[in-house]
Design a protein around this ligand. Sequence first.
Ligand code: TRP
Ligand code: SF4
Length: 368
Amino acid sequence: MDSVKHEKRIDPWGTADIDDYRNLFDEFGIKPFDKFREKLSDSRYIRRGIVFGHRDFERIMECIEGNKKFVMMTGLMPSGKFHLGHKIVADQIIWYQGIGAEIFLCSADLEAYAVRGIDLETARRITIDEYLTNYVALGLTKKNLTFWFQSDYVVPYYRFRDMLTRKVTLNELKAIYGSLTPGKILSVLTQSADILHPQLPEFLGATPTVVPVGTDQDPHMRLTRDLAARFQSEFKLILPSSTYHKFMRGLQGGKMSSSEPKSYIALTDDPEVVMKKIMNSKTGGRATIREHREKGGIPERCMVYDLFLYHLIDDDEELENIYRDCRSGDNVCGECKAVCSEIMIKFLKEHQRRRKRSERIVEKILEK
Ligand code: TRP
Ligand code: SF4
């Protein structure tokens, strides 16, 4: 079973930084993603090791290579602005849609209501204006897509969620999550239903499923996989696979957080504001230009470099040049930030134009 008691807990509702990704391999049984990198190198996040870990991804790789049906399921948390951190998930969903996966995507509006104090009306608005509209502008279509709100879906899903209660104990949940509230318990079970219900007879039946998430969601994956195993005699459920991606750091260092506008770039941010945010970002540059020219910068510590790496530069050679010119001191931060702003603003302007044309597709996605 995956969900044994661990000394160090991952808290899906907390803000704890998980700085040492390596730890996750030894402690929680997440496996390195390296061996799939080459075969799936058309995904920038996979190619660059931003998707760094997995559980049972072999099963999904087999489906991709054998052209077999599989599900990609994930959930969005409708709180706050849609920023570049969220784009990492969006791009992956779109990539999976592109390679033919059945996409199951939910808005965790019930979780937002139960544990984050967001009312359902607000959660719905954020889901549509922030998430769906940006997803579509980034390339999501209606093809093979099932979208639902946790608060407004179909009976077999709720029935299955409630049935899950039979095979989980309070002590087990406490061991995984620490302190619990009824709202958290409900959210946890709903999330397991999110992930497993595509495999119910009313939907697709047993189908390999992959859930791309940040590591904060891994406790849910462990529990869901255990639950899937426990329901074998009633439903044939294949244990869901998962992948884990790194989070982007905030522009000022620290965490990228929806409650701290200076820490992120929202996809609806004004170009002027974006320019300022980039100019004020933490870099890996030296204290003086002279020292920088002599010793070179440290791109690994630079948030501007992260923007290139995660989002702005698709061409690996071009990225390598930026890296090298930073290291050697040939690039200085002022100029580098100006280049970054220019590319970012161009991207955002185009994106914001595409948002305006997304409305009809969003409506279609919301149709039942
Ligand atoms: N709990 C997730 C979050 O806080 C949202 C979520 C709900 C989710 N259901 C899911 C994520 C299913 C992955 C799979 O972001
Ligand atoms: Fe970052 Fe560019 Fe400065 Fe290097 S030169 S530290 S990449 S801003």
